[in-house]
Design a protein around this ligand. Sequence first.
Ligand code: C5P
Length: 301
Amino acid sequence: MTHSVTVRVPAKVNVQLAVGAPRPDGFHDLANVFLAVGMYDEVTVTPADALRVTCSGPDAASVPLDGTNLAARAATALAARYGIAPDVHLHIDKDIPVAGGMAGGSADGAAALLACDALWNTGASREELLAICAELGSDVPFSLIGGAALGVGRGERLSPVDVGGTFHWVFAVADGGLSTPAVYGEFDRLTAGTEVPQPAASAGLLSALRTGDTAALADTLSNDLQAAALSLRPSLADTLAAGTAAGALAALVSGSGPTTAFLVSDEESARKVADALLSSGTCRSARAAVSPAPGATLQRP
Ligand code: C5P
């Protein structure tokens, strides 16, 4: 019997994304508060003759299946570190929107890393796995740990944040993706010639998460990339307005977009807001999810 390992991994929303001026290496210093949401990809790894990636799910056609896929890069990086041939079939069952600002690609990287680590029994420590995640991308370490965390540096240096309740969300998926580097580039263009403050976590937001206070979280959500995402995709303003009109407590662009996130009071409001968003014709799909969610997790057969 061929042994295979499956890992389930969540999407994320940034409840605060404070962005500083560009650094000499081109990245931006961040105060990035990640919250994992219960919308999942599953990555299954099976021994094979050579490294191969396949993908299933509604957006599968837009997922790159070559060596640029973060799942493939994760397998290659771990194999190189332990002198193993990365001869595996990685199958991604994709439910997280592609290029949507919900860290779908990063999630697959973290999931593939954990799955390959279990398959190959490398004995790598959590710290080693997190270091490989950080090399793969700024958002990948968070996909491994899940829950909620504050990311500083380029977002990869994490400290866990306590969450004292369940938050209800609706996510509106736009047609097509937005390139993360293009959105950061637009942020630089929009802020050129201005004094960009050093990013800092909001004490009010961290307290809202800790106490599970939805109204306080609604008042403190913020995303410094939102103006840049709206500048590149002005139609997102209509989506944000449609969700707010339907009773969302707050609305914001998720990460670099174009997915938009709506914080709602409960499951019933989530249904109402999702229905209104769909019938507004301002998005491709709308779906409810709750947070926090656990990070990348091995699935027992
Ligand atoms: O780290 P990751 O590969 O996800 O970053 C993708 C791109 O997003 C980078 O090449 C950079 O243009 C931008 N970025 C940034 N500052 C960060 C994180 C990402 O400018 N802190």
